[in-house]
Design a binder for this molecule. Structure first.
Ligand SMILES: [Cu+2]
Length: 234
């Protein structure tokens, strides 16, 4: 037995806290090919109340792509892990309704994590969660201007769980629900970081609502693993 392992055994026997060894997964997601243009939300500009709040043309951000193909809103996660959620003790995530749009359009939370839905607009919205995975409940609630945040939680993992507004038919948001904490969403620069990953062999999955899903087998040790994904549009 090596000396360092002996130390570990002694520390374990004494019940001492041992610093956990953990790795980090970093990478960048890019898109090859030209995506279709993001559709203009014509109904918003035609709505007498919403058009007062937003003067500029609003597009549905189906593809957020940078000048070098950097792809945002990609849900990157360790595949096939369930029952490891720390969502019950995680800080709440926030989905806002502002300018008759859900902001952000895509977000990621854990099972049992509180999702606060805010109404920052001076008008009525109707928050309607429409999950498709058994274990997650559909819920539909009116939210008047100035009323308290609505609290949502989901029990089952689900990718791109849709929220809609029944007052404004163009309003959608998509929530990725993970049953463990090892996930990230890519930002505008296409990059992601997943920290504190226990060493091991995993399948890393990258999912974009419109571009599809890619998977890579990876091994995490106690350092940084770099993993890039390239989505190709046909
Ligand atoms: Cu609305």
């Amino acid at each position: 037995m090596k000396t360092q392992n002996l130390g570990l055994v002694v520390a374990t026997a004494l019940g001492l806290a041992i610093p956990a060894v953990a790795g980090e997964i970093r990478g960048k997601v890019t898109l090859k090919g030209t995506p279709p243009p993001n559709p203009v939300v014509k109904d918003l500009s035609a709505d007498p109340n919403c058009s007062k709040l937003v003067k500029e043309t609003v597009h549905i951000p189906m593809f957020r792509v940078g000048p070098g193909g950097e792809l945002a809103d990609v849900f990157v996660t360790l595949d096939g892990i369930t029952g490891k959620s720390t969502g019950a003790s995680a800080p709440p995530a926030v989905l806002d309704q502002k300018g008759c749009q859900y902001i952000p359009y895509v977000l990621a939370i854990q099972t049992k994590q509180t999702l606060l839905v805010k109404n920052s607009d001076p008008l009525l919205h109707n928050v309607h969660a429409t999950p498709t995975v058994p274990g997650n409940k559909e819920r539909n609630e009116a939210q008047l201007a100035g009323s308290p945040d609505l609290k949502f939680t989901f029990d089952a993992p689900e990718k791109f769980l849709r929220f809609k507004c029944d007052v404004h038919p163009w309003m959608f948001a998509y929530v990725c629900v993970s049953d463990h904490p090892w996930f990230a969403l890519t930002g505008a620069d296409g990059t992601f970081v997943i920290k504190d990953v226990p060493p091991g062999k995993y399948t890393l999955e990258a999912s974009h609502r419109k571009a599809g899903t890619l998977k890579k087998d990876i091994e995490v040790t106690d350092g940084v693993v770099e993993v890039d994904f390239v989505f190709e549009l046909k």
